[in-house]
Write a protein that binds this ligand. Structure first.
Ligand code: F6P
Length: 368
């Protein structure tokens, strides 16, 4: 009878509880194993904070956002400052010891590229790890979609719908800055779903002139408002991304991010009023969509399958299912895969091509 453990690392994403529930149920019901959950990611492993996960314990958590286990605020066990430590130090052997102490046969780590990279290193040291990719950004290499993304896109789409009515009433240019780190998946999909007029993503550097010309062209056509969806990591051609410049400093970014920069630049050079809004963590909160619940459940159960097959050192992922029209095809890829950098939007992605075909500007070419 195996004993397995689960933890949720990095920032939260809607659907985490669906994974925790599926891992717990599949392990108990399908295999008769026991399951524990470490609290607050690797921090909980280091400090031995955990709970036994039972069928009763995971009852009713499917619709809940966040994670019942707590998120770690990005604790990296290879460089972590515990309370009382003057400087960060390497706690990786502590993690291995803890896993052994609890007689854990496999540790299911649910995380983004940072957490999965850490897990890969722990696996090379002998930790029995299986990974489940998670992020609202949809940028983990090795899977074509991550849970949390669909919920975030729906939240942003709803916000764009709301911004439309006020932008139109006031004849304004409305800029909405969305998350996604150095990738444009959220901006692209929500911009398309929300009917944005301009979508700016890190993968396609923009020209201010092209954006201005698009706004003017719309005005000439009698459309006295423009909705610009900008990914937090977007950058002007030849320029640096503000997101990369300030790094992981969310609050500075919040008030001086690319959306606000763009507002200032445009407001100084066009006649229309310009406003900007940063959606921030609204995009990470709330109840997961049905799609994210299904994906989380599928991946959680698949992680248990991997353990049953003895395939440690792998992560589960999804292949070939961007449209969501056919059953998920679950794949397993080496845990080293996510450490090869973020999965960017290909500039010839079908959603980019569709957007261009229906007149959405990426700010890279002058409108005809
Ligand atoms: O990776 C998820 C994400 O929400 C990014 O989209 C965003 O840049 C970052 O995390 C925000 O981090 P924090 O929650 O630490 O402000």
């Amino acid at each position: 009878r195996k004993r397995i453990a689960v933890l949720t690392g990095g920032g939260d994403a809607p659907g985490l509880n669906a994974v925790i529930r599926a891992v717990t149920k599949a392990a108990i019901l399908d295999h008769g194993w026991s399951v524990i959950g470490f609290r607050d990611g690797f921090e909980g492993v280091i400090h031995d904070r955990w709970v036994e996960l039972t069928l009763d314990g995971v009852r009713g958590i499917l619709p809940r956002g966040g994670t019942i286990l707590g998120a770690s605020n990005r604790c990296n066990p290879f460089s972590y400052a515990a309370p009382g430590d003057e400087a960060p130090r390497d706690y990786s052997s502590e993690v291995l010891r803890r896993v052994e102490q609890h007689g854990i046969d496999a540790l299911v780590v649910i995380g983004g590229d940072g957490t999965l990279t850490v897990s890969h290193h722990l696996h090379t040291m002998g930790a029995p790890v299986v990974g489940v990719p998670k992020t609202i950004d949809n940028d983990v290499r090795g899977t074509e979609v991550t849970f949390g993304f669909d919920t975030a896109v729906n939240t942003v789409t709803d916000a764009i719908d709301k911004l439309h009515t006020t932008a139109e009433s006031h004849h304004r240019v409305m800029i909405v800055e969305v998350m996604g780190r150095t990738t444009g998946w959220i901006a692209l999909h929500s911009g398309l779903a929300g009917g944005g007029d301009v979508i700016l993503i890190p993968e396609i550097p923009f020209k201010l002139d092209a954006i201005r010309a698009t706004i003017r062209r719309r005005q000439a056509l009698g459309r006295h408002f423009t909705i610009i969806v900008v990914a937090e990591g977007a950058k002007p051609e030849g320029g640096e991304a503000i997101y990369e410049k300030v790094g992981h400093l969310p609050y500075e970014r919040r008030y001086g991010g690319i959306g606000e920069w763009l507002r200032r630049e445009l407001a100084a050079t066009i006649t229309q009023e310009v406003r900007s809004v940063v959606l921030g963590h609204l995009q990470r909160g709330g109840s997961p969509t049905a799609r994210d619940r299904v994906l989380g459940s599928v991946l959680g159960a698949a992680a248990v399958d991997l353990i049953a097959e003895g395939a440690l050192g792998y992560m589960v992922g999804v292949s070939g299912d961007l449209a969501g029209q056919r059953p998920y095809s679950v794949v397993s890829v080496p845990l080293s895969e996510p450490s090869r950098g973020p999965r960017h939007v290909p500039v010839d992605h079908s959603a980019v091509r569709t957007a261009r075909e229906i007149g959405i500007s990426f700010g890279d070419v002058m409108p005809e």
